[in-house]
Design a binder for this molecule. Structure first.
Ligand SMILES: Nc1ncnc2c1ncn2[C@@H]1O[C@H](COP(=O)(O)OP(=O)(O)OP(=O)(O)O)[C@@H](O)[C@H]1O
Length: 237
């Protein structure tokens, strides 16, 4: 890819003073495209996302967003630059209403965010219906919609999702993936970690198979799905 919107290049590092988890790991996303990271448990998928978001000590490699080197920026500064991150767990405030959660998402904005709120409700109509309900009373899939909606409230240019379909039914997963495609079509780049590798690669422009913190396979989602070795080792045959 000649000019990726985001690239974490040769990322090497780990947590605190611990051993390296990532080894020369490279992940990139083009504008308005969907990139998916898959791989076995403990492969370092979430760690790669955290590295891109500035939550890891990298002693080698770099992260560039829209051509700018952001390797040294704290996560908060990356949000200001247009990165939205939805972590795997504890990604909503359960005792607050749906709408309060979404409003919290807009905390870094000083402009009027009512338009964005309407867009989020258009994308996830159920959230509008339940806007005065505590987010903790929602189903798993609806909570994930709140988490994604909250991240969208910052008007990110890049949306990072760590296992957005964790714990939801296949039907809800399909719906969430459809919404994610819609977000990408609006010009927002998506970087996503997924356990549901096959389904995620189906919607991926670009796929990364990580093993032990290293890039094992990198190709279009389609090519990875068709690769016999990827199928056998990572997609259950
Ligand atoms: N906060 C942390 N501190 C220290 N080590 C961590 C931390 N988080 C993860 N690790 C270690 O980093 C390695 C990679 O974990 P990571 O969560 O990135 O894998 P993953 O591919 O996302 O796995 P899974 O599919 O199980 O979620 C594991 O060995 C894990 O124990």
């Amino acid at each position: 890819m000649s000019n990726p919107f985001l690239i974490g290049e040769n990322m090497t590092g780990g947590y605190g003073r611990g051993a390296d988890i990532l080894h020369d790991c490279t992940i990139s996303v083009a504008k308005g495209e969907i990139a998916v990271i898959v791989g076995p448990n403990g492969a370092g998928k979430s760690t790669a996302m955290k590295a891109v978001f500035g939550m890891l000590n990298l002693h080698k490699g770099s992260v560039r967003l829209d051509g700018e080197d952001i390797t040294k920026l704290a996560p908060q500064a990356r949000v200001a630059k247009g990165m939205g991150f939805v972590p795997q767990t504890q990604n909503i405030f359960t005792s607050m209403t749906v709408e309060e959660n979404l409003e919290m998402g807009a905390f870094i904005r000083t402009d009027d965010f009512s338009n964005t709120l309407s867009q989020v409700y258009d994308l996830f109509p159920i959230l509008k219906e339940k806007r005065y309900q505590a987010a903790g009373e929602l189903s798993g899939g609806q909570r994930q919609q709140v988490a994604v909606g909250r991240a969208l409230m910052t008007k990110p240019k890049l949306l990072m999702l760590d296992e957005p379909t964790a714990g939801v039914s296949p039907i809800v997963m399909d719906e969430l993936f459809d919404r994610i495609i819609e977000v990408a079509r609006s010009g927002i780049s998506i970087l996503m970690v997924e356990q549901n590798a096959r389904q995620a690669l189906e919607i991926a422009d670009k796929g990364y198979v990580l093993v032990q913190g290293r890039n094992r396979f990198t190709d279009s989602g389609k090519a990875l799905l068709a690769d016999p070795e990827v199928r056998k080792s990572f997609l259950g045959g």
